[in-house]
Design a protein around this ligand. Structure first.
Ligand code: ZN
Length: 610
């Protein structure tokens, strides 16, 4: 369901990566003010060092992880990253001086005098005038002033730690027809420890970048022939399959059936659901050669096809709830600037499900869906951080009574389950409130994965019905939910979370057999066959390389177990087991190893993930 889709709604269906450090709202507001002040301090430091006549300051907002400052160099003035230490030293002086930062409202005339030489500030002033807003400036002591709405911290001493990160070019207003400005990126925290942690995590995140690991572990690739579409290589596709097998198994246990609907449907059905009207710019259209205009749209969501299945048979209340899952491949034309590795792709598999139920069943279905989400995240080693409940937006359909009941039910489910949650007032879908699931990875980054949405509108649009106890036709309530969100993105997150060293059950190759010399190859081959009989994914390294080289390669491939076979192992019919973390488990009968690894796979154990 994508009518009037807001960025938050898109995020809820696994489209957008929200990659922010988890923190509560007031802390995050304080940090924004502090970072905005940090940007003023940077500008002041540059004025102190180089003089006010060397550059025009253009703009400089706080961002989710720091701030940036855009300026136009005057004449042949130039700044490079080599100048950062000098500027940072000047920044430290300003911080140490603990200069008060104060706000003043001034008249347009005063402002024009103050910024007379700066074409960018004059442009801002015209805009402020057009909007009829007050003109606000912030002074740092009486030395530095900028046109600024704030908020800021009270004095420069509150901004304890600033780090300049990088330098880049940026067009004024982001428009390539405009002048290219210089942009300095930086970050700031209220303690050195927090800055150090941030920088450490940044380094760690670089090492764990799923695009880099995807290449070095040979998991997937991208090609211009399929822009924004993933090409899964055998090892990456094995991880994908492992998640699918697990998904199918657990959904079957929880009473879901699985369906498959077509990749494309004729255009009128997308009009019926509202996608065509509201989502057209994200949709791929298709046509056959005998027609001039497209007659099909490739599905951006699975709901429409799912509802056609529901409506193809009459339903009695006795059949409800119907929980219909679909691993549906959807296409969404994301702009090329937004496409990012596996995190944001244009074709992805959504682990979708639609639950059709009676109003009385909603509460239990929500509870069950939440606990299923929690179980899956826990199994994957990415525990739930919190749930967000998004409530009725300004523009919505359905009566007050229906909304109140839905929101009350959702709140009750969270409270009764003692589930950590936040409320996003007015951020629900226009057809119903929703839960969004936020997970936390090992670097403390939170990201949104699954969603559960209550929907009163689509059953109406598609005239879905069931017959109640009294033989009357009723509308079912529909619950849309995904748990992984997008399998592609989920795998991207898992790659980064585990730095490619997956738990045994997810590892594409679970054990590598390493004969020390060619003499042991026959026994090694028989070990391989034995393991394969027990469904262990195994590889035999029978290259004529040294044992050390083979161990190094298997470690680089992040394979959980290495089975080293020398003359002694052949004689005793054992294997010498070494873990990828370097721990040597000594030699054991093959049967013992098989039962150990089988137990870990069956239990989806999370040990040995280093
Ligand atoms: Zn749906």
């Amino acid at each position: 369901m994508l009518k009037n889709t807001t960025p938050n709604e898109l995020a809820s269906i696994g489209v957008i990566i929200s990659y922010t450090t988890n923190m509560n709202q007031s802390k995050s507001d304080n940090l924004k003010a502090l970072r905005h002040s940090a940007e003023h301090i940077l500008t002041q430091a540059m004025e102190n060092l180089y003089g006010k006549d060397k550059f025009y300051m253009a703009m400089g907002p706080a961002t989710d992880d720091g701030f940036y400052f855009d300026f136009e160099p005057i004449g042949n003035f130039k700044i490079s990253e080599a100048d950062f230490p000098k500027i940072e030293a000047e920044i430290q002086k300003i911080i140490k001086a603990n200069i008060p930062i104060t706000q003043k409202n001034i008249s347009l005339d005063q402002a024009k005098k103050l910024f007379v030489k700066n074409p960018y500030k004059l442009e801002w002033l015209d805009q402020i005038k057009d909007r009829g807003e007050k003109i606000s400036v912030y002074w740092t002591g009486d030395q530095f002033v900028d046109l600024c709405k704030g908020p800021h911290v009270k004095s420069t001493g509150e901004v304890v730690a600033i780090k300049l990160m990088s330098i880049a070019g940026a067009y004024w207003h982001g428009d390539e027809k405009n002048k290219m400005l210089t942009r300095i990126y930086g970050t700031a925290f209220d303690s050195q420890t927090e800055l150090d942690n941030y920088l450490h995590n940044l380094e760690e995140a670089k090492k764990r970048d799923h695009r880099k690991l995807g290449k070095s572990l040979d998991l997937f690739s991208f090609h211009e022939e399929g822009p924004g579409f993933v090409f899964w290589h055998p090892l990456g596709y094995q991880i994908y399959q492992n998640l699918v097998v697990y998904w199918r198994q657990i959904h079957k246990q929880k009473g879901y059936v699985e369906v498959k609907t077509p990749t494309m449907l004729t255009i009128p059905v997308w009009q019926q659901s509202g996608h065509m009207q509201n989502f057209i710019d994200k949709m791929y259209l298709a046509k056959t050669s005998d027609l001039d205009t497209p007659q099909y749209a490739i599905k951006p969501m699975n709901c429409d096809g799912g509802m056609l299945i529901y409506s193809s048979n009459p339903h009695s209340y006795k059949e409800l709830p119907i929980r219909m899952g679909e691993l549906g491949v959807v296409h969404r034309y994301e702009s090329s600037g937004e496409v990012h590795g596996l995190m944001r792709v244009r074709e992805f598999t959504q682990d979708d499900a639609h639950i059709y139920c009676t109003p009385d069943q909603v509460e239990d279905e929500l509870k069950a869906a939440i606990s299923l989400c929690k179980e899956i995240y826990k199994t994957c080693g990415l525990p739930l951080d919190h749930i967000e409940l998004s409530t009725r937006p300004e523009k919505s359909i359905g009566s007050d009574a229906v909304w109140q009941k839905a929101e009350a039910t959702m709140t009750k489910v969270l409270t009764q389950g003692k589930i950590e949650h936040q409320i996003n007032p007015g951020d629900g879908a226009f057809y119903g409130p929703k839960f969004d699931f936020h997970l936390k990875d090992c670097l403390g980054r939170t990201f949104q994965c699954g969603t559960i949405q209550l929907d009163f509108a689509q059953p109406e649009n598609f005239n879905l019905e069931y017959t109640d106890k009294d033989g009357q036709k009723q509308r079912p309530i529909m619950i849309h939910r995904t748990i992984y969100g997008s399998l592609e993105r989920f795998i991207g997150l898992m790659i980064e979370h585990y730095a490619g060293a997956f738990p045994v059950w997810l590892s594409p190759i679970q054990a590598k057999i390493i004969p020390i010399t060619d003499i042991q190859n026959d026994y090694a081959q028989s070990v391989k066959s034995d393991l394969e009989k027990h469904n262990i994914r195994v590889e035999l390294d029978d290259r004529s390389e040294t044992m050390q080289k083979k161990i190094k390669d298997a470690t680089d491939q992040k394979i959980p177990y290495m089975l080293i076979i020398g003359g002694r192992e052949v004689d005793s019919q054992k294997v010498s087991v070494r873990q990828r973390d370097g721990i040597d488990l000594k030699s054991m009968p093959l049967a013992d190893f098989i039962s150990q690894i089988t137990k870990q796979v069956t239990e989806k154990s999370l040990n040995l993930i280093k």
